[in-house]
Every structure is written in structure tokens, then in C-alpha cells.
Ligand binder design. Structure first.
Ligand code: 13P
Length: 350
């Protein structure tokens, strides 16, 4: 049965609030099979379904993970997969008090007519896929598109990225999934932090413009911004305090701080808009320090993390594909998760 968007409204708000609970953030473990293959190759493992299953089993069954992690983004294969000992991965997450999410985009392809830029595919059939993912237990979705600074960004690429995110967000909400809105501004390039700030303002202005045009319910979304940093090849590096200053300035210029979350049970509820940052290739510690710096003073958003590499890098290396290393690798994952949990609360001390 198909339900109207409004019938999911309360649930969407509730899901968004759960994912944005204090001291917790998202574990992004939604690498496509191709990307997961690269990660496995780095520890000398073949990209087989069994190896992907073993690794993802390790992640979701780390004891106590739900103390620091509120949501896990899965690739489609994992949403339908079981652990190595035969439990549904979705069930393991729910037992850990972690909301299962699903990557729904179909990846990046060249954008015709642009300056060698990309666009993100996946709108065709998205409504029916989303409904099936909901049935399977997913409660939020993710769509990652990218904007390249060295290649432009052209007005066309920014508009396409924003429009695609807005269409996806509307379709997700109609099917009970809280959309993570992720226009990743790639780190590549030798530009300074001011240039990133300028591009990020432009991108977020358009994302909100088109989300409004598509009647997206703002209290039922999660934002996944990139931190405002200098390009990866820029000689002038920024301190965590500078990254925090620029990133919070971006949020204050472009992201409405609170949205009314009108739930039947509590009509006057006001929701802090969740901004769950990606790590984008920052080192594990850098990503934690930058998040912590942003949470030094209270700010009118929920500022947290949705990291893949910055949670998984050392964990993956520690595992190395060996069953006898699983417990040690899980411990390392918990160390990173706890560090970022403290950073969400502004209490990380290193
Ligand atoms: P990173 O934290 O590795 O940049 O990944 C974030 C992401 O978008 C994966 O969902």
C-alpha cells in the first residue's frame, strides 16, 4: 500500500531526532562493492561477498557500538545480508539501538556540457526501491553527490547537484525514509579555505532553494555537509579552530538553525537541524579535532559526524582479514566512535 507523505511525517521527525541524539553519530559503511573492493585490496583481501560480509559483521557486532553510533548507512547488499553466524544485519543493528540506513544513489557519471564535472544518478525507480528498503527495515537514506572546486564548479553542475538532492529528498520522505542530504564539496585542489567557503555558500543556497520547491519537510531531513577546509593540496593548512569558525559561519549563513517539528504528541517542539559531517579524507584524529572544535560553544544545530574512513581506517588495518584480530579491530572502532562521541559533546581531549 502506498501512503501519502503526511502519514509518515511523525515517524520521519522521530527518526531524525533519534539519529541526532546527543553524543552519537553515524557510522557510514555504505561503500559500493567497487569502493569496498579498494578497501579490502589495501589489506590484501579479494573483493568477494564473503569478505565483505565478514568485514561488515565485524563492524555491526562491535559490543556497545550503539552507545556512540545512532545510525549506520548500509549498501544495498548489506541491507539484505546476514552476519557470518546467520543473523540479519538489520536485526543486529536494531538490537544495538542503531537505526539502519541505506545508500540509494547509483553513483557519479560525467555531466555532459560541464567542465569535466559529475552528476549523481538514481532517481529512476527510486520510489519503488525506497518502499522496498523501508520494508526491509531501513529508516533513513543517503544520496551523495559531489561538487569539484578545481573543475569549476560550473553553475550547471551546482544546479544539477542541488536539484537531484531535492528530488531524492522528496521521494525518500514520501516512502518513510529520512533523507541525508549530502552535497560533498571535494577536498581535491590547491584552493584556500576562503574559496571553499564561497563555493559551499553557493551550493547550500541552491540545495535549500530546490528542497523548498520540492516541498521537502525540513524537520524530517539530515544534512551531511563537508567541513570548510582548504583544498588538500593547499600549502596553507588550517587549524581546527579555523575550520570550526568557517564551517559554523557557513551554517549560520545558509542553514536554518531550528525547524518546527510538529508532532501530534508535542505540537510546540522545535528541532535542531542535524548537521552530520563527512570526513572526506581527513585523518581520523583531524576529523575528531575539527568536530570537537565546532562543539566548543553551544550552537543552534546538532553538529555531529557521519564518518566512513575516519571511523574505519585503523579498524580495517587492525583486522587485516584475520579472524583472530576481530576483537582488537572492534576495540579500535570503539575508540574512534567514542572519541567522536565526545567531540559531538565538545569534550574530546585527545
Ligand atoms: P568519508 O567520511 O570517508 O568521507 O565518507 C563519508 C561518506 O559519504 C560515506 O557515506
Amino acid at each position: 500500500t502506498v501512503r501519502a507523505a503526511s502519514s509518515y511525517a511523525d515517524e520521519l521527525i522521530k527518526t531524525a531526532k533519534t539519529v541526532a541524539s546527543p553524543g552519537r553519530g553515524i557510522l557510514a559503511m555504505d561503500e559500493s562493492n567497487a569502493t569496498c573492493g579498494k578497501r579490502l585490496a589495501s589489506i590484501g583481501l579479494e573483493n568477494t561477498e564473503a569478505n565483505r560480509q565478514a568485514y561488515r559483521t565485524l563492524l555491526v557486532s562491535a559490543p556497545g557500538l550503539g552507545n556512540y553510533i545512532s545510525g549506520a548507512i548500509l549498501f544495498e547488499e548489506t541491507l539484505y545480508q546476514s552476519t557470518v553466524d546467520g543473523k540479519k544485519i538489520v536485526d543486529v543493528l536494531v538490537e544495538q539501538n542503531i537505526v539502519p540506513g541505506i545508500k540509494v544513489d547509483k553513483g557519479l557519471v560525467p555531466l555532459a556540457g560541464s567542465n569535466d564535472e559529475s552528476w549523481c544518478q538514481g532517481l529512476d525507480g527510486l520510489a519503488s526501491r525506497s518502499a522496498a528498503y523501508y520494508q526491509q527495515g531501513a529508516r533513513f537514506a543517503k544520496w551523495r553527490t559531489v561538487v569539484s572546486i578545481p573543475n569549476g564548479p560550473s553553475a550547471l553542475a551546482v544546479k544539477e547537484a542541488a536539484w537531484g538532492l531535492a528530488r531524492y529528498a522528496a521521494i525518500s520522505q514520501e516512502n518513510g525514509l529520512v533523507p541525508i542530504v549530502e552535497p560533498e564539496i571535494l577536498l581535491d585542489g590547491d584552493h584556500g579555505i576562503e574559496r571553499t567557503f564561497e563555493v559551499a555558500q553557493k551550493v547550500w543556497a541552491e540545495v535549500f532553494f530546490y528542497m523548498a520547491e520540492n516541498n521537502v519537510m525540513f524537520e524530517g531531513i539530515l544534512l551531511k555537509p563537508s567541513m570548510v577546509t582548504p583544498g588538500a593540496e593547499c600549502k596553507e593548512r588550517a587549524t581546527p579552530e579555523q575550520v570550526a569558525e568557517y564551517t559554523l559561519k557557513l551554517l549560520s549563513r545558509r542553514i536554518p538553525p531550528t525547524v518546527p517539528g510538529i508532532m501530534a504528541s508535542s505540537p510546540s517542539l522545535v528541532t535542531l537541524l542535524p548537521c552530520l559531517f563527512l570526513s572526506g579524507g581527513q585523518s581520523e584524529v583531524e576529523a575528531t579535532l575539527n568536530l570537537n572544535a565546532m562543539n566548543q560553544s553551544s550552537n543552534p544545530w546538532h553538529v555531529s559526524f557521519s564518518y566512513a574512513r575516519a571511523l574505519q581506517n585503523t579498524c580495517l588495518k587492525t583486522w587485516g582479514g584475520l579472524p583472530e584480530n576481530v576483537a582488537a579491530a572492534q576495540e579500535v572502532l570503539l575508540v574512534r566512535a567514542k572519541a567522536n562521541s565526545l567531540a559531538q559533546l565538545g569534550k574530546y581531549t585527545g
